[in-house]
Design a protein around this ligand. Structure first.
Ligand SMILES: C[S@@+](CC[C@H](N)C(=O)[O-])C[C@H]1O[C@@H](n2cnc3c(N)ncnc32)[C@H](O)[C@@H]1O
Length: 193
């Protein structure tokens, strides 16, 4: 994604739901603007960053050449509203980059993971993006990408996936370690017409 944003001259990217600003570390100086609702996350993120909601971005229409929504949409009750807001701040021809885990992510831990279906996942990505953008391109991954060496690492991973800490502790204790986890998800690109 970074290679493409740089090659196409689409910086700075507006990183919506930026968390600690991991993306910024892969971009040149001045190539990133972060937005997140969490003051805790933003305190650890580089500048410039703005505390704001993905549903009400404090930027004018058509003000960015690219917008990233990486691992945020499943946190929202109505992901299509955030896609509409991303489209608003993108200039015509601008690029949206959206990443999400698959509903079949981490099969080795399926029994411990929440059973409720999230509001957004990699399987919904192409269809929802096509409602707001054109030229949707999807890159998927499905590979043993993550090693969890200890019970504590398994517990922390489960908590990060939304499992209650007490339940995560119990599930982690009954998991054989080290554990290699199959990561499944997708990154999609699409353009504002
Ligand atoms: C899983 S983290 C992803 C962080 C970063 N995009 C990454 O890929 O490393 C999700 C982030 O979305 C933020 N978030 C959740 N709801 C949000 C909203 N309505 N508007 C903006 N950010 C939100 C959370 O505070 C959190 O930092």
């Amino acid at each position: 994604m970074v290679t493409r944003l740089i090659a196409e001259g689409l910086l700075p990217v507006l990183d919506v739901g930026c968390g600690e600003g991991e993306l910024a570390g892969h971009l040149p100086e001045g190539g990133w603007v972060g937005v997140d609702t969490s003051a805790t996350m933003l305190a650890r993120a580089p500048q410039p960053n703005v505390q704001a909601d993905a549903l009400a971005l404090p930027f004018a229409d058509s003000s960015f050449a690219s917008v990233a929504l990486l691992y945020i949409l499943y946190h929202l009750a109505e992901p299509p509203r955030a896609l509409a807001e991303a489209r608003r701040v993108l200039r015509p021809g601008g690029l949206a980059a959206v990443a999400a885990p698959s509903r079949h992510d981490s099969p080795e831990l399926a029994d411990a993971l929440p059973r409720r279906r999230p509001t957004f996942d990699a399987e919904l990505l192409p269809e929802l993006l096509a409602e707001h953008f054109t030229g949707v391109e999807v890159e998927r991954w499905d590979a043993p990408l993550l090693d969890l060496p200890t019970h504590e690492a398994v517990r922390d991973y489960l908590v990060g996936k939304g499992v209650d800490p007490d339940r995560a502790h119990v599930a982690a204790r009954s998991t054989a370690v080290p554990l290699t986890v199959t990561k499944r998800g997708a990154l999609a690109f699409a353009r504002k017409p």
